[in-house]
Design a protein around this ligand. Structure first.
Ligand code: NPW
Ligand code: K
Length: 505
């Protein structure tokens, strides 16, 4: 399991640890880890650290301190290190001294935009500093972003923007210290310009922003350097890995029959959209339930494709016993099945049209679990905001919806998130690590809803069912696509292979 903790929790753990360690020990640990990763990158790119050109972008806090100490280590190994000081008067003093002792040089940038205060003179000196800094970045083999870390708010300040842009355009490897500067550590939001890193070296724990888009995209690959923080049991965010999903997946025993494995009901599709029914059933058949019942107007299409389905053209209420319902994919405007399903005392997954048709108070009143699976546009409609707002603040949107509906919410998209209600089966939001943009194809969500519904019928709690389904669905999408476009039915067919991968580790 990969976990992420909020800045507040990290700060508390840091205080506890600092009280037990000698002054500066924590930063030295962080800087040693950072320097080791930088040396590894330089070794890979240039063959050695000696003679390489390293530029440190240094802000006013400890994030800059980490960069300075790491720079000192690289300088001692023969790298030419230049520290660009964005807030010269406030740069970490001991780190700066260490860098200078190791032979590193500094370039100062001063001015009202740099965080050095409104009284600082702007003039040719500031311009000369910026020009020299930009030239150093363009020639660099490695740029280390120590502008700001968990103490940051908002995007990059104006003086840092050209440097971040130059770093991105240069051929240098860009390593962010703790977080790419300009992203929000707790939410993954990017409200302004942020630095784009090839790699982020983060300390003690992942921060939520490193796992959630849009910030995640700025971080590049992420390396975690342990510094001995003692963190609480329940993280803010968790990303399941193969072994975690393997523990969740239902595997039939000798005593299993179809009812013990679970029967999932699919109330989906319409005369206009029969394909949604077929795809939801396709997902459900690969999701571990013992049987799939289909209730709706597309039974003939379903049976033609999947003869093993139990089909009924009467409403869900008369369809027979199920352990979970999936309602909504391709449902059109018929609110009847949604209301019938919500009245059933079994777990219910609501997707697509069903989200619009479901009565929020009926969802809140349910005692059995409900799993809502909107994409950003559907979530925006439910929240009464613009789609862009949901995409910019996915974590907040998922939590808000879960709170409003008293339901578990699986928010699909560039980073799929699963957030439970307050009284749900765990408070950490699950973030899916297996997503791929090849999955952004029509019908892919229908397959996911069937798959997750099947896991609900097999007895998984809503948060587990949603996150295990997203995980398998992402893996299946990757397997099916293998670098080329795929249709939703290909994804459904790749689910058993993904399942085997997970169980075999
Ligand atoms: N926690 C741990 O366990 C460990 C933490 N360690 C390290 O310490 C880092 C946290 O250090 P920190 O607390 O000094 O804050 P940091 O991020 O350097 O910001 C400093 C100042 O920047 C400013 N500022 C704000 N927004 C800004 C922006 N957008 N652009 C530019 N400037 C901005 C703002 O000051 P202002 O200018 O607003 O007065 C703020 O106070 C952490 O990320 C990790 O690297 C490791 O060494 C060891 C273990
Ligand atoms: K940073």
């Amino acid at each position: 399991m990969r976990t992420a903790y909020s800045v507040e929790t990290v700060r508390a753990a840091e205080r506890d640890l600092m009280a037990r360690l000698p002054e500066g020990a924590l930063m030295r640990r962080a800087a040693a880890g950072l320097a080791a990763v930088c040396a590894e990158l330089l070794g890979r790119g240039r063959g050695r650290v000696y003679g390489s050109r390293v530029v440190l972008l240094v802000g006013s806090g400890d994030n800059g301190g980490d960069a300075l100490y790491a720079g000192a280590r690289l300088a001692r190994r023969g790298a030419g290190v230049t520290a660009v000081l964005l807030a010269p008067e406030r740069a970490h003093a001991a780190g700066l001294a260490a860098l200078r002792r190791a032979g590193g040089r500094t370039v100062e940038i001063t001015g009202p935009d740099t965080g050095t205060g409104p009284d600082t003179a702007v003039g040719t000196g500031a311009e000369a500093g910026t020009v020299a800094a930009l030239a150093a970045v363009r020639r660099a083999d490695l740029v280390v972003d120590g502008i700001v870390g968990i103490g940051g708010t908002g995007g990059l300040r104006p003086a840092a923007v050209p440097l971040a842009e130059a770093a991105e355009r240069s051929g240098a490897a860009v390593v962010a210290v703790d977080l790419p500067s300009g992203v929000d550590a707790d939410t993954g939001e990017v409200r302004g310009t942020a630095l784009r890193a090839d790699l982020t070296v983060t300390f003690g724990t992942h921060k939520p922003g490193l796992l959630v888009d849009p910030a995640r995209e700025y971080a590049g690959s992420v390396r975690l350097v342990g510094i001995g923080l003692d963190l609480p049991a329940e993280p803010e965010l968790e990303a399941l890995q193969h072994a975690d999903v393997a523990r969740l997946l239902p595997v039939p025993g000798a005593e299993s029959d179809k009812y013990r494995r679970g029967v999932v009901g699919i109330a989906a599709g319409s005369a206009r959209y029969p394909g949604a029914a077929v795809l939801a059933v396709a997902g459900a058949l690969r999701g571990g339930a013992g049987a799939v019942r289909y209730a709706g107007p597309a039974g003939r299409d379903v049976i033609a494709r999947f003869p093993e389905t139990l089909v009924s053209d009467r409403g869900p209420k008369h369809a027979g016993r199920v352990q979970a319902w999936v309602v909504g994919p391709g449902a059109g405007d018929d609110a009847g099945p949604v209301a019938e399903v919500l009245a059933a005392d079994v777990p219910v997954l609501i997707d697509a049209d069903g989200l619009r048709l479901a009565d929020a108070s009926a969802v809140r009143a349910r005692s059995a679990p409900t799993l809502l699976t909107p994409h950003a546009g559907e979530a925006a409609a439910l929240l009464g905001v613009e789609r862009e707002e949901v995409e910019a603040g996915r974590l907040a949107a998922a939590r808000e919806l879960a709170g409003r509906y008293g339901a578990t919410v699986l928010l699909k998209g560039s980073t799929t998130l699963v957030a439970g209600p307050k009284d749900g089966d765990g408070t950490a939001v699950r973030v899916n690590p297996t997503g791929t943009s090849w999955l952004a194809t029509a019908g892919s969500g229908d397959v996911l809803s069937g798959l997750a519904g099947s896991l609900l019928a097999a007895g998984l709690p809503a948060r587990d069912a949603g996150s295990a389904a997203a995980y398998l669905h992402g893996l299946a999408g990757r397997r099916a696509a293998d670098g080329a476009p795929v249709g939703a039915h290909d994804v459904a067919e790749a689910i058993p292979g993904a399942w085997r991968d997970v169980l075999r580790g």
